[in-house]
Design a protein around this ligand. Structure first.
Ligand SMILES: NC(=O)c1ccc[n+]([C@@H]2O[C@H](COP(=O)([O-])OP(=O)(O)OC[C@H]3O[C@@H](n4cnc5c(N)ncnc54)[C@H](O)[C@@H]3O)[C@@H](O)[C@H]2O)c1
Ligand SMILES: O=C(O)CC[C@@H](O)C(=O)O
Length: 412
């Protein structure tokens, strides 16, 4: 294990929102010891205080890392979202602060897909309503409104990692699979693209949403879209709460136009398990309500813990930003020389020549240099041999004084 310039024992890792113990174990195995694991998200003020002391911050979907919150993270090196979605982080603000953000793009995909398929079957059979009646002492043994999934059409909006898995599972049950995506997607199995969203809504018995939260997906299913769905069809949303207009959905369900719905995500979600859940959908028997647990299986959380912690360790130890969601991606080899320096800067012309001048003007030969840029930021990693620790610190200070520098580190 290469010794880092900043001792690992001093690097503070703060993990919020009940992240898996596997993450802690991964950090410990890599030599990190100052790890704090909290079961809940923090309110804004507490989050601002906590981020001020953290070098590495791990969150899930509840912690809102706005530009204002991030600005308190003066020591912050990296953020890990121990989930798929990264909409809770102001990614541009993080990047311009020199902070890469990592996530787990696949580890809970299967968990979401399994839940969605199970909900599709339950809704097609009218089980939520029947179950609620039984709980009240009722007994409506009847086949009316109960359907097999076989032969029915499932319409998948957002045919990405989760959407394609849902499609494959649904096809195994004998369902017809239609999908709509803004990108051209390879159809798996016998799935077929719909002409557009309206076409998908009009032809599906079950519509399931698997898009990310973006300006284009905000309220993408409202009264107009619900009106285009087949009478008696079902809607499933396990994507993000801002994708569906919940009031419009509740009104449509009350009118009896749709058969039912399963909703896992909401425009406003409780910050923790002790906060009350409010929604216009509460009390509707034909709606399955779940507390944002689509990806919450032990299998998924354990895998996510390892995956994201490993990415954070790799960045902290080695400088690699491979698979960061907001940052130029650099995959770095191990380096046997004396020092590795990181320079993160605004992507403006002339930066690299100024960086190189810092080394050439001191007669220091560069062993290896790795540069990647995106529209906002450039990330350059410089490996050198033969420089002493004192000289490495002096090089860092010289790099720091280049105008447009966002962050500089001597990694080792
Ligand atoms: N409920 C949960 O616990 C849970 C768990 C995991 C993920 N999620 C949510 O599910 C979302 C999807 O996850 P994924 O891994 O499949 O993501 P993904 O990026 O693999 O797939 C998303 C797909 O949506 C498409 N898309 C984007 N904008 C669109 C639009 N306006 N119209 C149609 N298609 C559009 C993309 O092209 C992409 O194919 C995540 O962004 C996350 O918000 C929720
Ligand atoms: O675990 C969470 O809080 C979020 C789960 C899910 O919405 C995701 O984006 O992966």
């Amino acid at each position: 294990m290469k010794k880092t310039s900043y001792p690992k024992g001093d690097i503070r890792v703060l993990l919020l929102e009940g992240i898996s113990q596997n993450a802690v174990d991964t950090f410990r195995a890599a030599g990190y010891s100052r790890i704090e694991l909290l079961p809940q998200a923090l309110p804004e003020d507490a989050l601002k205080r906590a981020i001020a002391d953290a070098h590495i911050l791990g969150i899930r979907s509840r912690s809102q890392l706005t530009a204002e919150v991030l600005a308190q993270g003066k020591r912050l090196l990296a953020v890990g979202c121990f989930c798929i979605g990264t909409n809770q982080v102001d990614l541009d603000a993080a990047e311009l602060q020199g902070v890469p953000v990592f996530n787990a793009p696949y580890s809970n995909t299967r968990s979401v897909a399994e839940l969605v398929l199970a909900e599709a079957v339950m809704l097609l059979r009218g089980i939520p309503h029947k179950s609620a009646e039984c709980h009240r002492g009722g007994w409506s043994k009847s086949a009316a409104g109960s359907h097999e999934a076989r032969g029915k059409t499932i319409g998948i909006v957002g045919y990405g990692h989760i959407g394609t898995q849902v499609g494959l599972l649904a096809e195994a049950l004998g369902m017809q699979v239609l999908y709509h995506d803004i990108e051209t997607k390879l159809a798996l199995g016998n799935a077929r693209p719909a002409a557009d969203l309206g076409d998908l809504l009009a032809r599906s018995d079950v519509v399931t949403l698997h898009v990310p939260e973006t300006p284009a997906t905000q309220w993408m299913v409202g009264a107009r879209e619900l009106a285009r769905m087949k009478p008696g069809a079902h809607l499933i949303n396990a994507s993000r709460g801002t994708v569906v207009d919940i009031e419009a959905l509740a009104a449509t369900l009350r009118e009896g136009r749709l058969g039912g719905a399963a909703v896992d995500v909401f425009p406003t979600e409780p910050k923790g398990n002790s906060e009350a859940f409010e929604s216009a959908l509460r009390g509707l028997d034909n709606v399955i309500l779940t507390p944002h647990v689509g990806g919450s299986t032990l299998e998924a959380q354990d895998n996510i813990g390892i995956e994201v912690a490993a990415k954070l360790v790799r960045y902290s130890d080695n400088g690699s930003t491979l698979s960061a969601v907001n940052f130029p991606e650099v995959s770095l080899p191990e380096h046997d020389g004396s020092h590795r320096l990181l320079h993160i800067h605004r992507n403006v012309p002339g930066m690299l020549s100024q960086v190189n001048a810092v080394f050439s003007s001191r007669g220091i030969n560069i062993d290896g240099q790795f540069l990647r840029t995106d529209a906002n930021v450039g990330y350059v990693v410089i490996d050198v041999s033969g420089a002493g620790d004192e000289q490495a610190r002096e090089l860092r200070d010289a790099l720091d004084s280049i105008e447009g520098t966002l962050r500089t580190r001597v990694l080792y």
